[in-house]
Design a protein around this ligand. Structure first.
Ligand code: SF4
Length: 97
């Protein structure tokens, strides 16, 4: 019997579209299944967050966050060009939405 192995090479794009909280993630891979552009693969270690293989291909549509059953387990990091820096009128404090 021949064993089958799959090899994956991570895209080294500087983008980091997703963050995972390993304490909240249950490794269900709902986010992997729903991703429109297949940027993730399931973690070979059951119960851990998926591996983002192609961060530079992310469409930032948020479908992974919507599909996640564990609030806070996955976060979408908007692209820097889409982040708007606001300033509070009363305090002068800068903040992102
Ligand atoms: S959908 Fe949420 S809980 Fe499931 S693997 Fe993705 S981040 Fe983890």
């Amino acid at each position: 019997m021949t064993s089958k192995k799959a090899y994956a090479i991570v895209d080294t794009a500087p983008a980091e579209p997703l963050s995972f909280d390993a304490d909240l993630c249950i490794g269900c891979n709902a986010c992997v299944d729903v991703c429109q552009v297949d940027i993730m693969i399931p973690n070979p270690k059951v119960g851990l967050p998926p591996i983002v293989l192609y961060p530079g291909e992310c469409w930032y549509d948020g479908s992974c966050v919507d599909a996640c059953p564990e609030p806070g387990a996955i976060s979408l990091n908007s692209q820097a060009k889409d982040r708007v820096l606001f300033k509070r009128k009363h305090t002068g404090e800068d903040f992102y939405t």
